[in-house]
Design a protein around this ligand. Structure first.
Ligand SMILES: [Ca+2]
Ligand SMILES: [Ca+2]
Length: 132
């Protein structure tokens, strides 16, 4: 009797985390700092702080990530964008089994819009929750 065992290796989202830390400053709705790193959320845009909606977007990002551990996936293609900011997909822990995609959460909260820039991601493939 022949027994074939298939080992299916799945890449965990954890393998893509480049930085795990708490934010040190929220600049606006799509940009925050972790120590000396400036993190720009990939493929989303928020109004500037002086524009209509800018304050609400900043508060939304603060609500999602402030005083929480953020799990940061840096763009494999270019790493940084304009002004040397790291282009990133950011997660927070949602529950014992899932992370929350912060970039997409801001969009679904109505505080950011999607623009699919050239980088590692196609935001159409994002899901709000990702398995741990
Ligand atoms: Ca990456
Ligand atoms: Ca993209």
């Amino acid at each position: 009797m022949l027994i074939v065992v298939l080992f299916i290796t799945s890449v965990s989202v954890k393998d893509e985390f480049d930085i795990t830390a708490k934010p040190t400053y929220i600049r606006d709705g799509d940009t925050f700092e972790v120590s000396d790193n400036v993190i720009r959320l990939a493929d989303v845009s928020c109004p500037e702080t002086y524009e209509v909606g800018g304050y609400d977007s900043t508060q939304a990002l603060r609500y999602l990530i402030w005083d929480r551990t953020v799990y940061i996936n840096i763009d494999d293609v270019y790493q940084t964008g304009p002004y040397g900011r790291l282009i990133c997909l950011v997660y927070v822990s949602w529950n014992s089994t899932h992370y929350l995609n912060v970039n997409l959460a801001l969009v679904l909260m109505g505080r950011a819009t999607i623009t699919n820039y050239d980088n590692e991601w196609n935001p159409r493939t994002w899901t709000l929750y990702v398995s741990k």
